[in-house]
Ligand binder design. Sequence first.
Ligand code: NAP
Length: 434
Amino acid sequence: MRHIAIIGSGPAGYYSAEAAQKKFGDDVAVDIIDRLPVPFGLIRTGVAPDHQSIKAVSRRYEKTNLGDNVRFVGNVTVGEDVSVGELQELYDAVVLATGAPNDRVLDIPGSDLKGVIGSAAFVGWYNGHPDFKDLDPPLDARSVAVIGNGNVALDVARILAKTEDEFAGSDIVGHALDGLKQSKVEKITFLGRRGPHQIAMTPKELGELGQLERAIPVVDAEDFPDLGDDAMLEPGMRKSVTHLRNFQIDEDGAQHKPIEIVFDFFAMPVEIRGDGKVEKLIVERTELDKDLRSIGTGERYELDCQMVISCIGYRTPPIEGVPYEHGRGRFANTDGRILPGLYCVGWARRGPSGTIGTNKPDGFAIVDIIAEDIGSGSNKEGRKGLDRLFDARDVKAVTFRDWKKIEEAEIARARDGSPREKFTDIADMIAARD
Ligand code: NAP
């Protein structure tokens, strides 16, 4: 028998469990451990609430839990309830699928002012992550700066701009919907330190920005290279840039809407100023060097704004004793191998890039590597040993069956048209199970 512990129940964790099930059949026992009492990680608390079709992949992960050989072990914090070292003693392979939940730091003066928020916190707030339910973003802001030109920046701007009706069918949590209904936002500015040809926004997501009821994207034609240069872009990027070009409004301003979403390219935030809270952003114009890196030109200007949301990427939290690559914010690894018996997968392995689907080949690849390393397994104790430790420590794990009860309660309390109203308190999740 092979015993595998996966830490993290997001896409990377579940695809790895599915791969183990497919590769080893009945000769494997997999435990998927998560700090929260609810599974699916980014699917639940990262993917935007108005992107339900992406969230539907959780049904596939549910199937993985149907067999006895895969268990969900929720409400267990590795590092507190059990250590990585203890798991390594019990299991043939321990896989870190912990994602990259920490924001990459916006390292400029004033970034500690009230009203400066990282995307992990803001996304967690509107998605009902227990850690961020009390965020209280300043939604009376009329002007919001969104730093970064990636898909998370797009999610954040779209959520800020949507009307209540546009959230129909989404599972945005009640506290966020109520807050956003009071929003005073009139202008959202994307600050991209490079140009239209260097964005990290994908076409489908960018196209949605042109379909919003009360918001209109605005670009400056001067920022674009010649149209002919688009031919050199790879097809996905070319589509994205075509969307951007189509955002150019007629000069007669025929398309005015109450909210403007402005793309400010070649714009690098250098300082945030305000009296106790954000009032303005100091921005430096940039240009690209021959390697397409942004360099400051020395020209500076001010952007009035009352909230700054930094969407500049994420980092995996380090774990004591596990080799870590500080520059890239992920575990030090070779093809997912960290140390004998210790592996990583998904964002914890490669950094925060790619879509949910990228984690599938990643999960299958790590299981091939584990298979090479552990052969037919050993006489380690696996889950029996874990349960013994939990009994001794009075750790009450949440099972997959418990999660189904929590889910049922969330479905029962959903507002009309919404698939669920998530619990945002861990105590409420546990109470729904009991
Ligand atoms: P991302 O795609 O890496 O984009 C980060 C953005 O931040 C880039 O525009 C980057 O600019 C900019 N940036 C980084 N450091 C900066 C700094 N110090 N100052 C100013 N700008 C800075 O990251 P993400 O948006 O967090 O997305 C993470 C991953 O999740 C991506 O693979 C994304 O596609 C995926 N995702 C997908 C979806 C979807 O498919 N619907 C939704 C959300 C997220 P440079 O290019 O100049 O570095």
